[in-house]
Design a binder for this molecule. Structure first.
Ligand code: SF4
Length: 177
C-alpha cells in the first residue's frame, strides 16, 4: 500500500477556477483524500504553512510583492512544487495587463470606470509588480500542470502517480486552455 503524502494548495493571482476543478473531482475526492493529507489550502482554515510539505499545487501567477514572498516561502517548504493551471505556468489571463503600465491599469480600474468613489486603495493592499510573471520566473518548479483549468481527471492522475512514487508523465495528456 502506498504511503500517504502531505498536500498543500496555494492561491496566487488566479480566478480560483483551478481550485474549483480540484473540487470537481467529486466522488474521487474521497479517494484522493484517503491518499493525501491536505495540510494547507484556501479550502481550509489553516493560517500557517507547515515546516515541510510533500506536494504543493500553486494556482495563479505572481503579480504582487506579496505573491513573491509567498511563493518563495512555499518553495522553501515544499519538496515537489506544481505550477497548477495556465496562469501559474504562463501568466495567462493576469498577464494580459503586461501590455499596460501599472499606472494605466490603476487609472482604468479605479478612475475611468469608477461609478462612485474614484479612490485607489493604498493602505494594506499588496503592491502590483510592473509585470505579471509565471511562477517558474521566480522559483524552480518541479512539474507544470497546464489547463484553464486543469481537468479533474488530470489532477487525479498527477496526485495518484505522485502517491505511487512516480513522476507524472503528462505527455499527450495535458493541454493549455
Ligand atoms: Fe482561472 Fe484558468 Fe487561471 Fe486557473 S488557469 S486560475 S481557471 S484563469
Amino acid at each position: 500500500m502506498s504511503k500517504k503524502i502531505t498536500l498543500a494548495t496555494l492561491w496566487l493571482d488566479g480566478c480560483s477556477g483551478c481550485h474549483m476543478s480540484f473540487l470537481d473531482l467529486d466522488d474521487l475526492l474521497i479517494e484522493v483524500l484517503g491518499l493525501v493529507d491536505l495540510v494547507y489550502s484556501p479550502l481550509m482554515d489553516i493560517k500557517e504553512f507547515p515546516e515541510m510539505v510533500d506536494v504543493t499545487l500553486v494556482e495563479g501567477s505572481v503579480s504582487t510583492n506579496e505573491d513573491i514572498e509567498k511563493i518563495q516561502h512555499i518553495r522553501q517548504h515544499t519538496k515537489f512544487l506544481i505550477a497548477f493551471g495556465d496562469c501559474a505556468v504562463t501568466g495567462n489571463i493576469p498577464a494580459m495587463r503586461n501590455h499596460y503600465s501599472v499606472r494605466q491599469v490603476l487609472q482604468h480600474v479605479y478612475h475611468d470606470n469608477a461609478t462612485n468613489d474614484d479612490v485607489e486603495p493604498i493602505n494594506g493592499v499588496p503592491i502590483l509588480l510592473d509585470t505579471v510573471r509565471p511562477i517558474h520566473a521566480i522559483v524552480p518548479v518541479d512539474l507544470t500542470l497546464p489547463g484553464c483549468p486543469p481537468q479533474p481527471n488530470l489532477i487525479y492522475f498527477v496526485l495518484t502517480e505522485l502517491v505511487a512514487g512516480r513522476i507524472p508523465d503528462l505527455m499527450g495528456r495535458a493541454r493549455f486552455g
